[in-house]
Design a protein around this ligand. Structure first.
Ligand SMILES: [Zn+2]
Length: 47
């Protein structure tokens, strides 16, 4: 299960919301999508 963000309309949707065969945004039909991976806690040091 993954979250996708549409580059064009900036909407978020789950992988099961989009048509599996086409991999398009269900809102605008754009094929340019970013896959948002679940946040992984990373230790980031600022200094
Ligand atoms: Zn879209």
């Amino acid at each position: 299960m993954g979250l996708y963000i549409c580059w064009k309309c900036n909407k978020q949707f789950k992988s099961e919301e989009m048509a599996a065969a086409t991999s398009r945004c269900p809102y605008c039909g754009s094929k340019v999508l970013f896959k948002q991976t679940p946040p992984i806690l990373k230790k980031v040091s600022s200094d």
